[in-house]
Design a protein around this ligand. Sequence first.
Ligand code: C2E
Ligand code: MG
Ligand code: MG
Length: 799
Amino acid sequence: MEQQTPSPATFWSLSGLLRDIPVPEKYRPGLLKKQIDTVSSMVFVLLFANLLNLAVVLQSFRQSEAGSLLAIWGFCIIFITGLAALRHIRIRRASIHGRLAQAHVDAMSRAALIIGLFWAAAPLLVMRLADVQAQMVLAIVLTGMMFAGSFLLSRLPGAALSLMTPIGVGLGLSMLLQEGAAYQLLTVLIAVYLGVLFFAVRWSHRLFVEQHLSEAAVQDQTQVIGLLLRDFGQSTSDWLWQTNADGLLEEIPLVFDTGCEPAGFMRTGALLSSMFEPCEGRKELEAALRRLEGFQDIVLKVEDGAGEMCWVSLTGKPIFEGHEFRGFRGVAADITKSKQIEDRMARMAHYDSLTGLPNRVSMQVHLEKVMRRPHAPDKVRALLWLDLDNFKWVNDTLGHPAGDELLRQVSLRLSSMAGTADMVARPGGDEFAMIVERPAGGALEEFFGQLTEAMRAPYDIWGSTAHCSASFGVRVFDAYTSDPCEVLKHADLALYDAKRTGKAQWCMFTQKMEASARARVQVEAELERAIDNDELRVFFQPLVDARSHSIVGVESLLRWRHPVRGLVFPDEFIGLAEDYGLITRMGEWVIRAALAQAARLPDHVNVAVNISPLQFHSATLMATIVNALAANNIAPSRLELEITESVLMTDTEFTLRRLHQIKDLGVRISLDDFGTGYSSLSYLRAFPFDKIKIDQSFVKDIDSCPESRAIAVATLTLARSLGMRCTAEGVETLYQADFLRDHGCDELQGFFISRAQPLDNLAHLVEVRPADDLPRAVVAMPEVSSDANVLAFTSEKRA
Ligand code: C2E
Ligand code: MG
Ligand code: MG
């Protein structure tokens, strides 16, 4: 608190007189104003009393010889009183503050002093000349003036002392100048009166200042609280509330103007707890009110005054006076907006924005709930994990908005198939999940059949027809599994199997799937090590001329010499290597290994290498080929790359460019497994393959199946008319060999000639040079590190 700074003390200065009452600077103007106001209201009374006293004195001394002297004196007093009255009238109209206020106080003190001095002069002038009666009147008037004046002016102690001191001194002196012990005694008495009055004024003023200071402090606090409350009211949509001991809402007995609008729903006299909608929060509130305990941020739903539902957060605490409970008091905050945002965010966190279906999180929560709930013995429940079969195709060909529309339609279709107790969710991408319950005894399987059929139906996407069936894995809940994560995993494994089996299939989870999944995971880890641990081997299967049966080439076929499982065939790991992203590394190893081995074969024997679609698109394929050919001094025309139709299904522009790059290099390209893949033959027109390989599935049944014979013959005719060579794979019998030869097949490959073997084992069919007799690399082609170098090399070669 700021303390009063001592100013040069004048006799009537407040600080001089009351140095020991510290008045903070900020309260001084208020105090001064209050002093002035109090005294101002008394000024006319004082002046009138002054004139009355003057009249009484003049009347008493009318007959005495001092009469004329007193008349002049009286005139002076009237004049001064008149001046003081006029000045006061003038000042009263003006607003007095700051230095003006202090000047006014000083002026009042000065006026009091002048009036006091005049009244002090009277006894000194006339006391000796007056008779006892007049002396008595004068003494009484002056004493009265001392007391009444100091009492009325006590709020301005300077003025009070200025008035009473001269009067007291004048009266005392005049008594002292009289003869007689009684007068001396009166002088002493007057001195005592003066002393008493001095302390009375001082005491009274002290009380006045203290009262003022405490009032000012209270007012300060009130203002601060009021400001805080107003701020609170303006910056938030909160309300204060209070109940009586019976829980009924009361008017808030606050003296402050909070600026808060009372809440529409807070009706005085209403039972607080009954205003809110029944919910968990209301129960919590009722419990707190019952136990007379404070509560914080209880979220409640209530109808506002306008009939709208809104959310409030209620905080309150009990009020006790002594030990007596008086009710509750607290704050209600309108949280409708934040609750709406919260609800929207919760919805976003739990629902898929595209389809409006529950997302993965909600689905898992629901799954947990369902699994905890005991189910009737005549019911079966299952989790279905669905995946769309051709979604990528729709997305790629019709565009992403069409893909979104398809997902929406799928969600509607699934929802229409679901029963009331079932749940449909979209965990993400083109995956959907269903939790279904059906009566035991085949209804579940029947539903799966219906669902598969329904999902097979085409979709109308803004006028375009999209075929997008779904495959799904099923995990039926049983009494042994209580872990939702396990159930999810099992459904996913079942889906994996359904996808493997073909499109638009469903597959029920069996324990065997888990074992093979475990094996798959193990294979992944082992496969990574296989390349580094030198566990891969290239076997070679001969291709012979269909007429002479002399060897014209070999196809390299990868084998994995597993330390425990022995020789593992590519069907078991090529797909996994593709899934795990290992195929490119593995395929490059095959190219290098196959060409290194091919260097041991005579120049007229070609070597074929299988290239998987991912490897075909890899950025390092061309460099690997060129480097391997150069390193082993093999003419590019001896190398044949075998690609399947699936290579041609993606990014045709790039595929064609790459096919031409390979061809420009002088390397040949064969179309492997012809007839098993993509049905369009347009790619045969777009690119001149060197060779078509009839898939072994058609060759196998040539003996017994006329359709297979027809396909084989048609393929041979097609190849011939397109000017391409034709190799038949999987030839196992002489009949097959003869049939194919008779219908124009150029080359034969199959167990009839030889299985795939390590190169050394083919020595009975072809001359195989020993491994250590390999010619050192003669640089026929430059060492290249990127496809760009390869391009430069091929264009140079063309030139
Ligand atoms: P493919 O390229 O069509 O190879 C022919 C497959 O048929 C080989 O199986 C071969 O052993 C088998 N086969 C050959 N003649 C007969 C026969 O008379 N009867 C029967 N039943 N089968 C015969 P393999 O070696 O198991 O290879 C399977 C597939 O794995 C290959 O089919 C090829 O697609 C892939 N593959 C093999 N090696 C590689 C490789 O190095 N890279 C890539 N990307 N794929 C490879
Ligand atoms: Mg092949
Ligand atoms: Mg093949």
